[in-house]
Design a protein around this ligand. Structure first.
Ligand code: IPM
Ligand code: MG
Length: 365
């Protein structure tokens, strides 16, 4: 198979972890007889510096011409003086999600038992580690509803954001969550605020009907978002697949991330309905940990999240499950062998970004 990907590394640690990850990805593919064609394009702060906007037209064109986007991370202090709507995060990521209709965001929350000490949760509460997936609706709700700020006579300035959900939007993301649950423990938890919000009342009804009609093999339960936030710290090992709307998913996925230890281990996949040339969903794959300006340029960042995001890309946008397993397996084997970047070393000797990637390369089997 010939894989054509657009590489949007972005800012601060983005290019560093991308440079470490790409040779590993190339090696996995080459050994399995595939070819990788990748081209790099500026995005985020790098896009602002190079072309005056966070998502340059040429970058969007290149993404359109590719089978998938491998994304790094965007934003940082250099661009924080800009108006909020022009900042890298809002002006690059949200338009990309909207443009490619990437309505489903999958974030695996994975903490191997060997790393239980990395969690802020007491190790005896997670003896077998954590293995869950958060499926977040990504192109609806408060993020994309009508919004504005007005100052009426009298000067009491008012701002508003609107949450809107359509039945079809809930159904399609439910289908993604059902597929995820089916490939795992077959348990799906839908999170809403149906005791207060109309959108959540619809959400709960549509998810229930959809699962009843299409997925009798899946055990569905519902929880209010406040209770789910609590349950995530009380018993994170009890989760399998968590499905929720955009804003709740933003918050709960960060909570899940920190409960799973290092942000440097967290990968994500954003998928839509559009298919690439190979007939698989076009997707954007990115580490969920941010651009980490404080450690950028020092060979300190953990490249695992970028590598694991590349593995998700192989799985979802190319159907290369065996190759994805090889890549993710090598990352996990490296960590299990005690080779750690500073974020997961806890005072023990740590290796750098490049050295960690070299160890993963050695373990590709
Ligand atoms: C995320 C991020 C983004 C979001 C920001 C950077 C716009 O927090 O991917 O979770 O809120 O969706
Ligand atoms: Mg977030």
């Amino acid at each position: 198979m010939h894989l054509k990907i657009a590489v949007l590394a972005g800012d601060y640690i983005g290019p560093e972890v991308m440079d470490a990850a790409l040779p590993v990805l190339e090696t996995v593919l080459k050994r399995a007889g595939h070819t990788l064609e990748h081209s790099a394009h500026p995005v985020g702060g790098a896009g602002i510096d190079a072309a005056g906007k966070a998502l340059p037209d040429a970058t969007l064109d290149a993404a359109r011409a590719a089978d998938a986007i491998l994304f790094g991370s965007v934003g940082g202090p250099k661009w924080e003086h800009l108006p909020p709507a022009e900042q890298p995060e809002r002006a690059a990521l949200l338009p990309l999600r909207k443009h490619f209709k990437l309505f489903a965001n999958l974030r695996p929350g994975f903490l191997p038992a060997a790393l239980a000490g990395a969690s802020p949760i007491r190790a005896e509460r997670i003896p077998a580690g954590i293995d869950m997936v958060c499926v977040r609706e990504l192109t609806g709700g408060l993020y994309f509803g009508k919004k504005g700020t007005t100052t009426p006579a009298g000067g009491d300035t008012e701002a508003f954001d609107t949450m809107v959900y359509r039945k079809s939007e809930i159904e399609r993301v439910t289908d993604v969550a059902v597929a995820a649950a089916r490939s795992r423990g077959k348990r799906l938890l839908s999170v809403d605020k149906a005791n207060v919000l109309e959108c959540s009342v619809l959400w709960r009804r549509v998810v229930s009907e959809r699962v009843a009609a299409t997925a009798p093999d899946i055990t569905l339960s519902h929880m209010y978002v406040d209770a789910a936030a609590m349950q995530l710290v009380r018993d994170p090992a009890s989760f399998d697949v968590l499905l929720t709307e955009n804003m709740f998913g933003d918050i709960l996925s960060d909570e899940m991330a920190v409960v799973c230890g290092s942000l440097g281990m967290l990968s994500s996949a954003s998928l839509g309905a559009d298919k690439n040339r190979h007939g698989f969903p076009f997707g954007l794959y990115e580490p969920a940990g941010g651009s980490a300006p404080d450690i950028a340029g020092k060979n300190l960042a953990n490249p695992s999240a970028q590598l694991l995001s590349a593995a998700l890309m192989l799985r979802h946008s190319f159907g290369l499950n065996a190759e994805a397993d090889v890549l993710a397996g090598a990352v996990n084997a490296t960590v299990a062998a005690g080779i750690r970047t500073a974020d997961i070393a806890f005072g023990a000797p740590a290796v750098g970004t490049r050295e960690f990637a070299a160890e993963v390369l050695r373990r590709l089997g």
